[in-house]
Each structure stands twice: as structure tokens, then as C-alpha cells.
Design a protein around this ligand. Sequence first.
Ligand SMILES: [Zn+2]
Ligand SMILES: [Zn+2]
Ligand SMILES: [Zn+2]
Length: 176
Amino acid sequence: MHDNPADLFRRHGIQVTAQRLAVLAAVAGRPHGTADDVATAVRAGIGAISRQAVYDALGTLAEKGLIRCIQPAGSPARYEDRTGDNHHHLICRTCGRMADVDCAVGAAPCLTPADASGYEIDEAEVIYWGRCHECLAKPPSRPGKEEKTGPASRGAHGRDDGSLNRATAHGRKHRP
Ligand SMILES: [Zn+2]
Ligand SMILES: [Zn+2]
Ligand SMILES: [Zn+2]
């Protein structure tokens, strides 16, 4: 069951490279990570790797069924090495945390359309959206609490630029 990754690659007809091995290890070590997460982990492990090389490796591994790519609406694709079952995902709308959830039925497709229109259906894409336990545990934000979330969101460019522009515009107004 626990093949060494190089044998796994060979069995799937994938050429074994250090970069592909590192990408698979990164996905295995951090399920549901984005391509950027994978790139960061690979760089920490084997050193420099281009973004394109990460995408190429992820694409090859996904195509050959060694990893699974999940593409939630409005969020970057995530990757995991849990393949071969029909598990689904829970995603927190607030923090984006993603968790596995077993399929209640087991096999795909686990949902039956009202009318399949003659299609042979092999999969139903199921994502459960909601709020995670940690976000639910946080008290609802009140105006006074705004500073608390400030530092985290201050890194977002929109916020910085926004206040900068406002300050500039304000200053200009008062100039002759
Ligand atoms: Zn959350
Ligand atoms: Zn998963
Ligand atoms: Zn299901």
C-alpha cells in the first residue's frame, strides 16, 4: 500500500524528478494547500523552484490521479493526496479553512439528478459552505473591535492604498 513515491510515479508512467517528488511530498504534508503553499514548502525543502514548474508538476500529478485538485468557486485551487474515495469538503466562508468530510453515500455520484437527460453521470461535485467552529466561536465584531482585525487585514493592498489615496486627496484639496 505504502509505495515509495518513485515506484508510484513509475507505475503511473510519470518520469521521476526531484521537483515532482518534492511537490507530491508538499501536497501530502499540507492537504488542501494552494499552489503557492506548495511552492513555499518545496522551496523550503529543495530550494528554488519556479512557479511554473510547481504548476506543471501539480498538473501532471493530478492528471495521473496521484493528487486531487479541488476548485472552490472564488478561491484558488487546492490540492490533496487523498484520492480514490468520494470524500467531500467543508469550506469556511469567513477564513477559508477547508476540511474533509466523508461522503454519506460512499460512491460517486452520490446525488441523483431529478432528470439526467440521458447523461451518464459519474460525479456530483459537493462542497459544503458555511462557517468553521473557530469562526463561530469568535464574538460578532462590533465597531469597537474593529482594531482587533486591523493588523491582519492591513496587509491587504486595497486597504493601505485606500487610506493613502484618501490622505492625498484630502491634502490636495487644501492646497491653493
Ligand atoms: Zn473559519
Ligand atoms: Zn480533501
Ligand atoms: Zn457524497
